[in-house]
Design a protein around this ligand. Structure first.
Ligand code: TPP
Ligand code: MG
Length: 785
């Protein structure tokens, strides 16, 4: 790239800086009087990345490359998309407005094409690494895709997030030469100038994990000064200076700047800068490489040349570069005053009439933008897999069996399916065998970029590692699990191949990965995750492994369908249906279930459960009706009036339960019958679908001021206005709403304390989940009426 090209890029980056700054300014100052809540936006954090991002989009990236943008640099991203012609001008004054540009880049909400959502720092940063893991898998299984580079633009304080290092350290992410992280190394976080010089520690951590590290520390002015006689001493002094002192220079000029710069400096430094004028001193000593286009492009090229491992570029930058707030320790959410914005506009040669203009298409900068727009345009990608997933597998259970075991068997059976099998990919954070993925692993093998020799023979588990394997094993990091699931679930877009990803995790540790779970679903990823075993039913495992709030988490997470079946056939149907939704090919029999587009969370158990009651319900309702109700979220497992005709006129209750506690609930119903109370038993297979159905009709009523109807899923399983006992191996709160939904009093039973070790019976006793307690709860519900 010659000087003329660099000058064009420099002109472009000045415009990017202006637009990014003005986008935030307009959000705060141009829109009508607000509601007292600050609008916000990050002019300083944006300015910091202007050079690195201009170099990427206007000189370095190819159409197939994918980039995660530091959340608070979203104005820079949108400014660039606007200059490229990919964003309508009407959006520019609408940062942080409803339907406008999102505060942080969003795949699903922004009007221009965002590759990775970001916002929760650390997660978006790691996402491209897992997208590259996914690409390596896709290339090995489905043929090489056009080459992509996966880039992350990361704030330096993001490196304080542990998930970054979990991702870097995992063997599954090694050797990915198509990954480049660019660290916006401005030495400032939100609150402060970060103390100490941390680069040596970070460099060591990356290198220990096998990464290629590049530092872009100084710009050309300083590089030239270092080449002069005595330059080495100057460099040593700047290198050794504490961050806080260095950052303080940005706010100073003239003799004050010189004095501060020399404070603590060794003998001779003053003489070295004696011939630098006061006016030139600031630009000289703050001349950092992260604002030197040529130095950055050179660093990117160095990363391209290293193809056997990921690269990280430490780009030394100035937070607030080019703005009056540069380097100010309190600049994180500082906004320029209107006068300062006016001055910046004037310095750009722009007026109020021309301030939002694109680059003149006839100018060299405008021509470059036009060329880059073409070079970066991509063909649309297909989301649907387009294969037919069966409604059920061949898995049969004729003895007591746990849902965890059925889950493993269904996956093995689907792995044999000629259409579906090859798209399945499983992953687990070191719990594959203890969550029943062994059968699948035996059948399909473990994924490794190159075939590995197996050193031990184990007939129960053949751990064969090769590029054909369909299980990706992770170290114990639930963050990594959900980050990988999220990226496998976006493979249709980021790697041009839809997949059917499945992850397993001990249910309590869903919470450990929760922010990454949310990240994946916020990004619109489709995957299945099984939390197993769950609740206190994993009894001897004890309190530290018992999950109680996960049912509520599953119920409440948007973009996630939460299911908790108890019986083998219902799990089989639900899992096949989930894959059908993910493949984009759900058949008409499941129209009772509204359109779902996202992830599925199966909460499972290791408790073997007798299947006979389910078969009795199947005989009573018929296969088709039962399946439809199971998918809709609930069915009547026992109809008291059919089971106990002599109780036709007796007081009636309904016992609603999910998952492993159903045997106790059935026993309670039998006891109640002995006491002359008719108790229906409702198996709630998906609390989530049921709740959504209820909410839909309620909201419809609220919005249209009409009387809400009772949704079909509730009507077919529950009796209207009949008292309810809910029984759940989870916080009692999750099911408590069912009382209002059926219009009757309710007594919710569940686990609301930390648990301890014991047998299932011991723990059910401790938490009032035994039949005797359920009977008493039913009598209480009847008397509350
Ligand atoms: C998980 C999480 N915690 C906290 C925040 C709030 N936050 C946003 S930016 C930021 C500081 C980031 O500093 P750095 O990464 O160095 O970015 P800079 O603005 O300096 O470029 C913080 C604490 C967040 N967005 N996400
Ligand atoms: Mg920073």
């Amino acid at each position: 790239m010659d000087q003329r090209d660099l000058d064009v890029l420099d002109e472009i980056q000045r415009r990017v800086l202006w637009l990014a700054t003005r986008i935030v300014d307009a959000a705060n100052h141009d829109r009508g009087a607000g509601d007292g809540v600050k609008v916000g936006g990050h002019q300083a954090s944006s300015a910091s990345l202007v050079t690195a991002m201009t170099a990427l989009w206007f000189a370095h990236l190819n159409a197939e490359d994918r980039v995660a943008v530091k959340p608070h640099a979203s104005p820079v991203f949108h400014a660039i998309q606007y200059l490229l012609g990919n964003l309508d001008r009407s959006y520019l004054p609408r940062l942080r407005a409803r339907g406008g540009l999102q505060s942080y880049p969003s795949r699903t909400k922004d009007p221009d094409e965002v590759d990775f959502s970001t916002g929760s720092v650390g997660l978006g940063a790691a996402a491209p690494l897992f997208a590259a893991v996914t690409r390596r898998y896709v290339d090995a299984h489905f043929g090489a895709r056009p080459h992509s580079r996966f880039v992350a633009l990361i704030g330096d304080a993001e490196l304080d997030e542990g998930n970054i290092w979990e991702a870097v350290a995992d063997p599954a992410t090694t050797g990915l030469g198509n990954v480049m992280w660019v660290v916006d190394f401005n030495r400032q976080s939100l609150d402060r100038v970060v103390p100490g010089v941390r680069i040596d520690q970070w460099r060591g951590q990356f290198e220990a994990a096998g990464w290629h590290v590049v530092e872009v520390k100084y710009g050309r002015r300083l590089a030239e000064a270092y080449d002069r006689p005595g330059g080495a001493a100057l460099r040593n002094w700047i290198d050794a200076m504490p961050n806080e002192q260095y950052q303080s220079l940005f706010g100073l000029t003239g003799p004050a700047l010189r004095k501060q710069f020399l404070d603590g400096a060794p003998e001779g430094i003053a003489a070295l800068i004696a011939d630098v004028s006061d006016a030139d001193l600031g630009p000289l000593v703050t001349d950092l490489g992260g604002h030197d286009l040529a130095a950055l492009l050179d660093a990117y090229a160095q990363c391209d040349a290293v193809t056997d491992r990921p690269s990280v570029v430490f780009a030394y930058t100035v937070k607030g570069w080019g703005l009056p707030i540069a380097g100010n320790p309190r600049n994180h959410s500082a906004l320029l005053t209107s006068e300062q914005v006016d001055a910046l506009r004037a310095a750009q040669g722009l007026t109020r009439d021309t301030e939002w203009d694109r680059l003149d298409p006839a100018s060299p900068a405008g021509i470059r933008a036009g060329q880059r727009r073409e070079a970066l345009s991509r063909a649309p990608r297909e989301r649907a897999l387009g294969v037919t997933v069966p409604q059920a597998t061949n898995v049969r259970a004729n003895k007591p069996i746990s849902t965890q075991e059925v889950f493993g068997r269904v996956l093995v059976d689907l792995a044999r399916d000629p259409q579906v099998g090859r798209y399945l990919v499983t992953t687990a954070p070191d719990v594959a065998t203890s969550t029943n993925l062994a059968g699948f692993i035996n059948k399909t093998g473990v994924f490794a970029p190159t075939a590995q020799r197996s050193w031990s023979e184990d007939r129960m588990l053949r751990w064969t590692e090769s590029p054909e394997g369909q299980h990706i094993e992770l170290g114990i990091s639930e963050m990594n699990l959900f980050l990988l699931l999220g990226q496998l679930g976006l493979a249709w877009d980021l790697s041009g191949q839809p997949l059917l990803p499945v992850g397993t995790v001990y249910d309590p540790f869903v919470l450990r990965g929760l922010d990454a779970f949310l990240y994946g679903t916020y990004s619109g990823a489709r995957f299945v995750v099984a939390g197993t075993p769950s609740g206190v039913t994993l009894a001897p495992e004890g309190g530290a492994h018992q999950s109680t709030i996960t049912a509520s988490v599953g119920l409440e997470l948007p973009g996630v369908t939460f299911v908790e079946p108890a019986y083998a056939a219902s799990l089989d149907w639900l899992l096949c249906d989930a894959f059908g939704h993910m493949a984009g090919t759900v058949r008409p029999t499941t129209t009772a279930v509204p359109a779902e587009d996202g992830a599925y969370y199966f909460r499972l158990s290791t408790r073997p459960v007798d299947q006979a009651p389910f078969e009795a319900a199947r005989a009573r309702l018929g296969d088709a009706v039962l399946r439809r109700q199971v998918l809709a979220g609930a069915y009547r497992l026992v109809d008291a009036h059919q089971a106990y005709p002599h109780l036709a006129d007796a007081p009636t209750v309904q016992l609603a339960a999910s998952g492993a506690v159903l045997p106790e609930v059935l026993a309670a119903a039998a006891e109640l019958a002995d006491e002359g109370v008719a108790a229906h038993v409702v198996d709630v297979t998906s609390l989530d679908r049921l709740y959504r159905a209820w909410q839909r009709t309620l909201r419809q009523g609220v919005r249209t001021a009409t009387v809400p109807s009772v949704p079909g899923a509730l009507r077919s399983a529950f009796a209207d206005r009949v008292p309810v006992v809910t029984v759940h191996d989870a916080a009692s709160h999750a099911m408590a709403w069912l009382g209002s939904a059926v219009g009757a009093s309710a007594v919710p039973l569940g686990v609301d304390e930390f648990g301890q070790s014991g047998s299932v019976h011991d723990l059910y006793d401790l938490h009032d989940l035994l039949p005797g307690s359920i009977v008493n709860a039913a009598l209480a519900a009847l008397s509350l009426r």
